[in-house]
Structure formats: C-alpha cells, structure tokens
Design a protein around this ligand. Structure first.
Ligand SMILES: Cc1ncc(COP(=O)(O)O)c(C=O)c1O
Length: 380
C-alpha cells in the first residue's frame, strides 16, 4: 500500500538548515529559535513559548516553575506516555492515576473530582492522540479547587476546543516535537503560557538561570540548560508552514475512513465531541467489539495487508514496572484496563495517503474486523 513515510522533509527544511550551517551559530541563541518560539506561541494562541530539547523536560520544568513540592498530589490520566507521570515523580510529588472516558480515551472529569484531596495541587490533562480532552470541564474543576492546570499537549499541535488551541487553557501547555509527532525535529519540546511571570521564570530556568538583557555570565536562578538547537528550530519552522495543510488532509481522510466504514459495527472510533473545532489527528484511535483475542488477530490481518495499525499502550501507567516502587495513588480505572486490551490506533502518516490508498485502508480494516472477529468467537 502506498502509505507515506514519516517524518517528511522538503526543500524548505534544506534551505533553512543551510542558513544555520553557514551562519556559524548552531546553538540555542540563533534567531531561528526565537522566531520559532514566537510563531508557535501565535499558532497555539498563547502569549509566550519557551523551547526545550524535548517534551519531557518541558513537563518537569512546568512543575518546577509552579513550585510543586514533595508529597503534593498531581492528578494524571492512567493512560498516557510514561513521562506524563514520571515528571511528577521526579519532582518527588505523587501522581494520582484516574480513569479515562470510554468514548474519548481522555481523562474523565468526574474521576478527577473523585480523586481530589487537600493535598491536590494540579491536574495534568493529556489530549490523547490529538483529540482534546473535556478541557472546559477540567478547567472548571481546577478553577473551583484552586489547582494548577497543565496541558500535556504532546499530541495536539493545532487541536482546538471551541476555537481555542491546545495549551492555551492551562497555566502551561507542554508540546513534544519528537520524531513521530505531527510537528517534529527528531527531538524537541515547547512550553506555552499566557502568564508572564511563569514565562519569565521558565525561560530563566531553561537557560542556566540567566535573565534576558543581563550579562551572559550572570546567573540568577538554579537553572539548567534545556535549549533547543538552531538546527531543530530550522526544521520546525519549515514543518510549521506545512502543518495546517496536513491537518486538513488528515481530517478529510479520517472522515472518509469513518464514512466508508460506517456500517462496520465491530469498530467504535474515538468520539469527537462537537466542542472540538479542529482535531490535529496524531493517532486515529478505535476499539474492537468482540472477544479479547480479536484485537490482536485483527492487527495481524492488517499488518499482512500493509496497514500500519498498532495496539494501544500495553500497560496502564500504574502497571508500568516503574510504579511498582515509585509512590503513587491509583483510583479505580476499569476503562483504562479495558482499553489496553481492545483498543488500537492508526498513526497519522496513514491519514496523509491519497484517496485511492485511503479507500484501500478502509477496505482492509473492514475485512479484518469482520473475518478476524468471527474467527475468534468461542465455538467458531
Ligand atoms: C503524551 C506525551 N507526553 C509527553 C511525551 C514526552 O515527549 P518527548 O518524547 O519529547 O520527551 C510524549 C512523547 O511521546 C507523549 O506522548
């Protein structure tokens, strides 16, 4: 099948990389880094953006700027990439794992309410696969309970809730530009915020404690060096120019796939609530109705047909080996437990295929869902 590879680069990346190469300034003080920070902040509708070398240190930085203390409780979804939780643990705070919603795979606001204690200081809300969580409700909970809201928007460059972009709801939004992300530079990350004091402190901590405009060897805070390189910024500037068109194409193809598969009752796709005014599909997630073994048989059939569908995360975060020893609190998470067994995702590169290939993908998914599920039914 003619499915595009990822990452993609063109003449624009080469042109900007050449400018950096010939400039003699390859590090984080090249003007491209500031230019990308400004462009990305504007794109995500935030006032400030602070770049860093990945989307893990940006989470750790956000917690440090907010003054999270050992023993503070931070509510996180039980389903995410591990660093959503380990950022909390590395601050010696306690991740409190709560369940996700069945339809959206995102943190369930009701479960967040049930997990609150006097020690709760913050919620980290993940926009899973690029589909925004119920950020309206989560913002309300944080406001009512005087909690910091951090958005882990690693998957959600360009996603919107009621016309407002991911990362612009909380005190901070954290993004990843790792190799597989829809905006990527191999590695890279960004914190966005519209709080000037937060931005000032984050920028200083990420740049060895320096304060802009002061002498290079004057260090005011116990910071570190998290700077993005000029090469990464060059690639990201070029990728950002291409992103809006790619989001349109992925959205159109996701819509086509769902339409063609609308009679396939074996698959339930991730819900898209009406408040989502733009979905930057990082993953197209679904679950398979049927017996437990069906999902893996379904994925084998798709792999044989050349469709790069993948199983969901293999663990809830609290069942990852790291949390056998690291302190945490676990709320009941039946939906998360179910999702690791029956859910799957299609990576975003598959949504950049041409129309004929998209129809082939739909046909393969439809065929695998029916034949494989039937063959896994007990007694068949
Ligand atoms: C939800 C989520 N948060 C954080 C990260 C960490 O980003 P990075 O790989 O840039 O450190 C990832 C990376 O995949 C992620 O998926």
């Amino acid at each position: 099948m003619n499915i595009p590879t990822w990452p993609q680069a063109g003449e624009r990346e080469a042109e900007l990389l050449r400018i950096v190469l010939e400039s003699g300034h390859w590090g984080g003080f090249h003007p491209f880094v500031t230019e990308f920070e400004r462009s990305f902040a504007a794109y995500q509708q935030a006032s400030h953006a602070i770049s860093a070398f990945n989307g893990t240190v940006t989470l750790e930085l956000a917690l440090e700027v907010l003054g999270i203390q050992p023993g503070d409780e931070i509510i996180v979804p039980a389903i995410s990439f591990v660093t959503t939780a380990t950022a909390v643990s590395r601050a010696r705070a306690i991740p409190v794992f709560v369940d996700i919603e069945h339809a959206s795979y995102n943190i369930d606001p009701e479960r967040v309410r049930q997990a609150l204690t006097p020690k709760t200081r913050a919620v980290i809300a993940v926009h899973f696969g690029g589909t925004m969580c119920n950020i309206g409700e989560i913002s309300k909970i944080c406001l009512e309970n005087n909690l910091f809201l951090i958005e882990d928007a690693a998957h959600a460059q360009g996603s919107e809730w009621n016309g407002r972009r991911a990362g612009s709801f909380g005190i901070a939004g954290s993004f990843s530009f790792q190799n597989g992300k829809v905006l990527c530079s191999g590695e890279g990350g960004m914190l966005v915020t519209s709080d000037s004091a937060f931005a000032e402190r984050a920028r200083a901590l990420a740049n060895c404690g320096r304060i802009p405009g002061r002498s290079f060897y004057e260090h005011h805070y116990l910071g570190s060096n998290f700077r993005l390189t000029a090469f990464q910024a060059a690639v990201l500037l070029a990728q950002l120019e291409r992103l809006p068109g790619q989001i349109r194409q992925r959205t159109a193809n996701a819509c086509l796939l769902k339409n063609v598969l609308s009679d396939c009752e074996e698959i339930v796709w991730q819900a898209q609530p009406p408040q989502i005014t733009q979905n930057s599909f990082y993953l197209m997630t679904g679950r398979l109705r049927g017996p437990a073994a069906a999902r893996d048989a379904f994925l084998h059939a798709l792999a044989a047909a050349g469709v790069p569908c993948k199983p969901f995360y293999p663990h809830t975060l609290y069942n990852n080996p790291v949390y056998r020893n690291a302190p945490c609190r676990v709320m009941p998470c039946p939906v998360s437990e179910q999702s690791i067994l029956d859910a799957f995702w299609l990576p975003h590169r598959a949504l950049l295929a041409d129309e004929a290939t998209t129809l082939e993908i739909a046909e393969a998914i439809g065929a695998a869902a029916t034949t494989e599920i039937l063959s896994c039914r007990p007694g068949s």
